[in-house]
Design a protein around this ligand. Structure first.
Ligand code: NAD
Length: 464
């Protein structure tokens, strides 16, 4: 790559050596310094909102409001929250010392882990590369960022802007694709934070295993959405359409498909249609509020799904603009690939299930999702759902909105990922929680020392 901000793979060892030297110098341990860097990141975003909107417009035709909603708002709020709580999070956390450890004090000391590699995905290419950077900075680490080459304008903008705002000794950006990422993964990092599909997640984890480097994997999967007999259909339809059409469905936590009870199926589909009309008009391919598909490969993959069921709503496509209209599919073919793979586009299969119990069985028979949604007015259904479904995140009577709550950790479980971030969860994820005990000298409790005796053993059982 011959861009001014690019770094050739042959220079990665030097970049790593520089970052490691910075980390060892102690620069990033200073809390005031960390706070200034976080403030500078905030300035970068505020000063260049227009350029960010422009780059995301070129990569994804992302409307300005979606740039704010899906990318910037979360970053501003995470930076603010981290700056507000940094001192508290970084303080030693006292824990109880049992009698056998007296006199003594015990505490957990969060310490930075070192140099963190952050690999971002293309669908929210600003949020997913800078979002993990915030806890990495707050926790006092150095970081090397590798934005997704699949959203090239945004990746290049990140690589151009970051050095102008953040301390280059501690934070660097590398542009590139598979070749560059493979070369990076050969280096020894202290943590790797990867966002993307699970196939590459396995590659990242295998590379990390060579150095026993811990990983956070923010992956995807099929996030189900259940609508039961007691759900308020109008609100369910509106919210499902919003969550599915945001970024043209290219959202890791978008409702992937709907499981609906027989009584609700036809009215739900009708209301999904009305909400689409209200939000995007009749000519949805021309709506400036609606994103395009990222590239031809994904467009062709999604277009092929349109033949896998009956089209109840939508189905229009335009390969020249890479747009696919929001589409509701029913009567899916038994071998439909869109019911085996994550859809990651604006296609919504609607499948009939007898009741909430049947929906739970359906979900439990599949891989653990990143998010699960239930629309219901019945608290016992909610309780059953929460008790039975293992998933990264849940929203009852809405979709996606848990992202707004800084105290809720975000991350998957099973094949949808490992590790969590946002708020303090991110700070802890990218810190080592060092366990420390400080002993007093007097009085010495003698029961642990030889010579051993039956009495000492008995006392150990009581006080140990
Ligand atoms: P992608 O193609 O942008 O790939 C992700 C990153 O992996 C990129 O930086 C890319 O350069 C790198 N990469 C690709 N192939 C590689 C290889 N062979 N070796 C090393 N690195 C490689 O993104 P994607 O995988 O298409 O992303 C879509 C997936 O990501 C979906 O499954 C989605 O659900 C998931 N996702 C998850 C989250 C989350 O927060 N959990 C967020 C967004 C996307």
């Amino acid at each position: 790559m011959n861009t001014p901000s690019s770094i050739e793979p042959s220079h990665y060892p030097n970049v790593m050596a520089d970052l490691r030297a910075t980390f060892e110098s102690g620069l990033t341990r200073d809390l005031a310094w960390r706070d200034r860097q976080l403030a500078a990141l905030n300035d970068l975003l505020e000063d260049h909102e227009d350029r960010i909107v422009e780059a995301l417009g070129q990569d994804l035709a992302k409307p300005k409001q979606e740039v704010f909603l899906g990318e910037l708002a979360l970053l501003y709020s995470e930076i603010k929250y981290a700056r507000k709580h940094l001192k508290k999070w970084a303080k030693p956390r006292g824990v109880r010392t049992p009698l056998a450890g007296q006199p003594g004090k015990s505490f957990i000391v969060p310490e930075p882990v070192g140099v963190v590699l952050i690999i971002g995905a293309w669908n929210y290419p600003i949020q997913l590369i800078l979002g993990p950077l915030i806890p990495a900075m707050a926790a006092g680490n150095c970081a090397l960022l590798k934005p997704s080459e699949v959203a090239p304008k945004t990746a290049h903008l990140v690589a151009t802007l970051l050095p102008a705002y953040l301390d280059q000794r501690a934070y660097r950006v590398v542009e590139g694709g598979v070749e560059e990422t493979t070369a990076l993964l050969a280096e020894r990092f202290d943590h790797i934070f990867y966002t993307g599909g699970s196939a590459v997640g396995r590659v990242v984890m295998a590379a990390a295993a060579k150095h026993l480097t811990p990983v956070t994997l923010e992956l995807g999967g099929k996030s189900p959405c259940v609508v039961d007999d007691s759900a308020d259909l109008k609100s369910a339809a509106r919210r499902i359409i919003w969550g599915k059409c945001l970024n043209a469905g290219q959202t890791c936590i978008a409702p992937d498909y709907v499981l609906v009870t027989p009584k609700q199926k036809a009215p739900l589909i009708q209301m999904l249609g009305s909400e689409l009309d209200r939000m995007y008009g009749k000519d949805r391919l021309s709506s400036s509020d609606y994103c395009k598909i990222i590239n031809e490969r994904h467009f062709d993959r999604l277009a092929a799904y349109l033949d896998e069921g009956e089209i109840a709503i939508g189905g229009e496509t335009d390969r020249t603009t890479l747009k696919i209209a929001p589409t509701v599919l029913t009567d899916l073919k038994p071998d439909a690939e869109c019911m085996r793979e994550e859809i990651f586009g604006p296609i919504l299969p609607v499948i009939e299930v007898a009741n909430v119990e049947a929906a739970i069985d359906w979900i439990k028979a599949r891989e653990k999702p990143l998010a699960a949604y239930l629309f219901t007015g019945n608290s016992s259904h909610e309780k059953k759902f929460l008790g039975a479904i293992s998933t990264g995140n849940v929203c009852i009577n809405d979709v996606l909105m848990f992202m707004l709550v800084p105290d809720l950790p975000f991350g998957g479980v099973g094949t949808s990922g490992m590790g969590q971030y946002h708020g303090r969860a991110g700070f802890d994820q990218l810190s080592h929680l060092k366990a420390v005990m400080r002993r007093g000298r007097f009085p010495e409790i003698w029961i642990r020392f030889a010579p051993y005796s039956a009495l000492k053993t008995r006392l150990l059982k009581i006080f140990g």
